[in-house]
Design a protein around this ligand. Structure first.
Ligand code: NI
Length: 170
């Protein structure tokens, strides 16, 4: 397994809608392993394939870092099939380091997709896990969490991000 480079929000690959995965090839299994390793290395709770430059509908999610027990969930071609109740909570993104905002998401969602064996999966998730799924699935649509905010707030966060990026490069 290897740690991949996480693209930041200025990379156009993050603005492109990802392609449906038609065949589960060995390279996809390797990509998934690398994405999980990359997510852990960055202490994130989720990662979408386009965040490592691959425009395919694949996400990994794991809240396990909190209790140091890893339990990664991989879903190919995920879709939300049911949702209920909205909640506001703080959100960040590995492609927008150091920037956080309160974002409205569904409290509970049902997600369907397939796993690496091509088997149908159906998950009912809630709370922060539901938030993580919705965030990662937005990535597959080419969306970033700050798109949910008004322009004034978003522009403020963009400036904050660009300033942080500049500081990192100095
Ligand atoms: Ni993200």
């Amino acid at each position: 397994m290897s740690v991949l480079t996480i693209r930041n929000c200025l990379d156009p690959v993050l603005r492109k809608k990802c392609d449906l995965i038609e065949n589960i090839e060995e390279s996809l299994v390797t990509l998934t392993d690398d994405m999980i390793e990359t997510m852990y290395n960055a202490t994130g709770v989720g990662l979408a394939a386009n965040q490592v430059g691959i425009s395919s509908r694949l996400i990994v999610v794991d809240l396990g870092f909190k209790d140091e027990q890893h339990n990664p969930i991989t879903i190919i071609n995920p879709v939300v099939t049911a949702s209920e109740e909205e909640m506001i909570g703080q959100e960040g993104c590995l492609s927008i380091p150091e920037v956080y905002a309160d974002i409205k998401r569904f409290q509970r969602v049902e997600v369907k997709g397939v796993d690496l064996n091509g088997k149908d999966v159906r998950l009912e998730v809630e709370g922060f896990l539901a938030r993580a799924f919705q965030h990662e699935m937005d990535h597959l649509e080419g969306k970033l969490f700050w798109d949910m905010l008004g322009k004034v707030k978003r522009d403020m966060l963009k400036r904050k991000f660009k300033k942080m990026l500049k500081e990192m490069q100095e």
